[in-house]
Design a protein around this ligand. Structure first.
Ligand code: TYC
Length: 124
């Protein structure tokens, strides 16, 4: 007895061996696009802004605790923000950047500081 299903036909379908040249190109375009989408999520810079009231020690503590910087790197970034007005704390996917901004604001308010933090999309 022969099987009720066309095994050879299904095998061809599975291997795309029945595709015309044009179908194959379209399928490759789709494959390439979805690979790019998965590989490169948009990234966001998290920026710290200077003010006249937040203590240097508090900013260093934030950079170490929220952005995982070493004491030396945290001090360098803090001084850069103090002198230039703004500085980059790190670059993250959207939701992580947003959570870090919220965490900085929450810790600053809890401790009575007006420290501000913002995020901006990186150019692709
Ligand atoms: N300018 C603040 C001071 O002199 C220090 C400071 C640095 C505040 C960085 C905020 O993001 C900041 N105490």
């Amino acid at each position: 007895m022969y099987p009720a299903v066309d095994v050879a036909g299904l095998w061809k379908l599975r291997n795309n061996s029945n595709m015309s040249g044009n179908d194959t190109e379209i399928q490759q375009d789709i494959d390439t696009q979805s690979e790019d989408d998965v590989a490169e999520p948009p990234m966001f810079r998290v920026l710290l802004l200077n003010d006249d009231y937040t203590t240097m020690d508090f900013v260093i503590t934030i950079l170490m605790g929220v952005f995982s910087k070493s004491p030396e790197e945290a001090t360098r970034i803090m001084l850069n923000v103090h002198q230039q007005g703004v500085g980059i704390c790190g670059v993250y996917p959207f939701e992580i950047a947003e959570t870090k901004v919220d965490t900085v604001h929450a810790l600053a308010r809890e401790n009575g500081f007006p420290l501000r933090c913002t995020m901006e999309k990186e150019d692709v």
